[in-house]
Ligand binder design. Structure first.
Ligand code: GUN
Length: 295
């Protein structure tokens, strides 16, 4: 079996196009553009790049956007003040605080300060609780993007064994909760593995759908994957590559070259889950702006 590509880049462009058309029709009838703000603390190169992608996508979709950049030495109080201002600012429909924050800041406290109506990252404990209970609310962008990708490619999830490798609050935990739900996509039997799992390979080999979010280049090798599996690679790792002008390239958590020939479907890195995260964030922000227009 040769792995078919789950083209997150193209799917994300299609979605962004659909969103842009909705925005055009909203503004044509006198409505206002959705407005996303992103808070970026410090100089982390990856965080800067991610926020850059998000802001660029906003422009393409016809959204307003604002970046609030601050030095890494900002105090917790100052950051909470920024969040409080964004909560009150009626021109802002939704905002995100890019993670990770510098070590001296308490991200739990910051995320809890975000108003639930503007929590387009879905990281507030109430958003997480709503997701777990199946109540309306914003889904975190990366797991939502994975669900959309599975849906658009009509990948069967009902009754399938999904093995999740990773237990982050941003990806592993929410995707496990969502795929377990009585929903479509969903209705998977879910196994969740993590850094303390014994004999990881015994678990991954039983996956019909394997989702990997650990941040380790080429962590999943071909001997760990069942023939015909669907593989979703959430990793974005920068590794040295002297053959590139930049001296580096991005690679996933999956040894794509050797795993792809075994599976039925696989996401590439770059061009898989990453772009889908952006599209989901735009979807959430559009939704936030529509709810604002109503109230
Ligand atoms: N860091 C890694 N992924 C994300 C994300 O989806 N949102 C934010 N705010 N920070 C992140």
């Amino acid at each position: 079996m040769m792995g078919n590509i789950l083209d997150g880049k193209q799917t994300s462009l299609d979605l962004q196009d659909e969103i842009a058309r909705k925005v055009k029709s909203i503004t044509a009838s006198g409505g206002k553009k959705p407005h996303l703000a992103a808070v970026l603390i410090g100089n982390d190169a990856a965080s800067k790049a991610y926020v850059g992608h998000k802001i660029k996508a906003c422009a393409k979709a016809g959204f307003e956007s604002t970046i609030i950049s601050r030095d890494s030495n900002i105090s917790q109080t100052e950051l909470l003040q920024i969040v409080a201002e964004l909560n009150c600012d009626e021109s802002i429909d939704g905002f995100i605080v890019q993670l990770p924050l510098p070590d001296h800041l308490n991200s739990d406290e910051v995320l809890q300060a975000v108003s639930i109506e503007k929590d387009v990252d879905g990281f507030h404990p109430e958003s997480v609780g709503r997701m777990a209970l199946g109540l309306p609310g914003f889904l975190p962008a990366t797991p939502a993007g994975i669900l959309t990708l599975l849906k658009r490619y009509r990948i069967k999830t009902n009754g399938m064994h999904a093995v999740i490798v990773g237990r982050s609050d941003i990806v592993g935990n929410p995707i496990a909760a969502l795929l377990r739900k009585n929903a479509d996509p969903g209705n998977c039997t879910v196994t969740q593995c993590h850094s303390r799992t014994i004999n990881l390979r015994d678990h991954t080999l039983r996956a019909d759908i394997l989702i990997v979010a650990v941040g380790k280049p080429n962590f999943i090798t071909s001997d760990m994957v069942k023939e015909g599996a669907v593989v979703i690679d959430v990793g974005i790792n920068r590794i040295d590559d002297p053959s590139r002008k930049s001296g580096a390239r991005l690679t996933g958590d999956v040894d794509f070259e050797h795993v792809a020939p075994k599976c039925s479907w696989i996401t590439p890195v770059p061009g898989g889950v990453g772009p889908m995260t952006i599209a989901s964030l735009l979807e959430n922000t559009l939704q936030a702006s529509l709810s604002n227009a109503k109230s």
